[in-house]
Design a protein around this ligand. Sequence first.
Ligand SMILES: Nc1nc2c(ncn2[C@@H]2O[C@H](COP(=O)(O)OP(=O)(O)O)[C@@H](O)[C@H]2O)c(=O)[nH]1
Ligand SMILES: [Mg+2]
Length: 193
Amino acid sequence: MKITQAEIMTSAVNEKQYPKGTLPEIALAGRSNVGKSSFINRMIQRRHLVRTSSKPGKTQTLNFYKLNDAFIFVDVPGYGYAQTPKKEREKWGMMMETYFETRENLTVVVLITDMRHQPTQDDIQMYHYLKHYDLPVVVIATKLDKIKKSQHASYLKRTDKTLNLQPDDDLIPFSAETGEGKDRAWRALKQYI
Ligand SMILES: Nc1nc2c(ncn2[C@@H]2O[C@H](COP(=O)(O)OP(=O)(O)O)[C@@H](O)[C@H]2O)c(=O)[nH]1
Ligand SMILES: [Mg+2]
């Protein structure tokens, strides 16, 4: 997919602030600091359109990025950051639930996991939550560049088994660093835009 146009549309914390219109939305999900923003930047080949951070727990809004005037990537705050105060976590939960459960424009969710690690309890819970709401899920196992080639297959299998993926779920190894997996990821997402 060639991205010829990319712009930040808006940030939102509630429904009233979501963009108007009917463009299909691809939302990210995943642990804080797992590589959600880096995934978007690599997919659209803009190094810095989406802010990335070495500090976890930074993005606290839903951020909408319009691509090619045709679809939208929605970057979301991550889960699983232990230091987040309980009140903040509750606010996060409500914001995410409202978006995932009511947003009609949402066509697919990209769940990002860290391929080096076994998916966490939070990852498993998120996967089942999305499935429960019948949302199509594309699982991206990122940071592939950090794993020896000889271990790719076994790490991928661990992700697959731990999440207990269904046969129709895509699981794609990916690296925002090298761009590996990008074409496969676009092929998987294209059908939803
Ligand atoms: N080596 C490597 N580092 C990555 C990759 N993806 C993200 N990172 C790094 O992981 C950190 C968090 O990334 P970010 O995209 O901000 O995570 P987010 O909180 O999920 O949006 C940053 O330091 C990124 O440079 C990847 O595929 N490979
Ligand atoms: Mg981010």
